[in-house]
Design a protein around this ligand. Structure first.
Ligand SMILES: CC(C)(COP(=O)(O)OP(=O)(O)OC[C@H]1O[C@@H](n2cnc3c(N)ncnc32)[C@H](O)[C@@H]1OP(=O)(O)O)[C@@H](O)C(=O)NCCC(=O)NCCS
Length: 159
């Protein structure tokens, strides 16, 4: 699988928002395309590090990296989503590797939160070297725990 990484542009926001809204997380949390488009557009306006993976000229997925978003010290993956039509094809691995590469200079373990019901995403992160380091019950929604997953610096980038 090959894909080109480039910075997200405002025009990409509706397409990327749809990838989140149409996911298990989006459905469970009741995200709307309008609100998610605004969230992504605001993040771009504020200078956030959002990037897309393009395959055959189309946006196939995106991620949002916050270099010190975890406890104001460690890299935090705020969002990652892939077009449902191309999931399972390696785009997620490329985006995750890009998140790790562009935040590697921070020098701390990579962090993210994933909802406990999102088993396919948890398995995906485990395959890439992330381990469970905690659980935040009822953090984003009552009855759902957010799992804190961390990739120790000793694990090779993009593995
Ligand atoms: C989690 C997510 C980003 C992974 O992206 P992806 O492009 O599917 O990831 P990859 O193709 O690199 O890896 C998916 C793995 O599942 C396997 N797989 C097979 N069929 C699959 C399918 N239909 N859907 C997803 N994964 C599939 C792949 O072979 C791959 O296995 P591997 O890691 O052992 O190689 C993507 O599934 C997604 O957008 N999910 C919805 C949004 C979401 O939950 N984001 C995370 C919030 S914390």
């Amino acid at each position: 699988m090959s894909a080109a990484i480039r910075a997200m542009e405002r025009a990409d926001a509706p397409t990327c928002a749809r990838m989140v809204v149409d996911s298990a997380v989006g459905l469970r949390y009741g995200f709307t395309a309008e609100r998610m488009t605004k969230t992504l557009s605001d993040a771009l306006y504020e200078g956030g590090d959002l990037f897309v993976a393009e395959k055959d000229g189309l946006v196939a997925g995106f991620a949002w990296a916050d270099p010190k978003g975890a406890f104001s010290t460690a890299p935090y993956l705020r969002l990652i989503a892939v077009d449902p039509a191309v999931r399972g094809g390696g785009i997620g691995a490329i985006l995750l590797g890009e998140f790790e590469r562009r935040t590697s200079a921070v020098g701390r373990d990579w962090c993210l939160l994933v909802s406990d019901f999102n088993e396919s995403a948890i398995a995906f992160y485990v395959r890439h070297g992330y381990v469970r380091r905690g659980s935040l019950p009822d953090f984003a929604r009552p009855g759902v725990a957010e799992i804190l997953m961390v990739k120790p610096r000793g694990v090779p980038l993009g593995s």
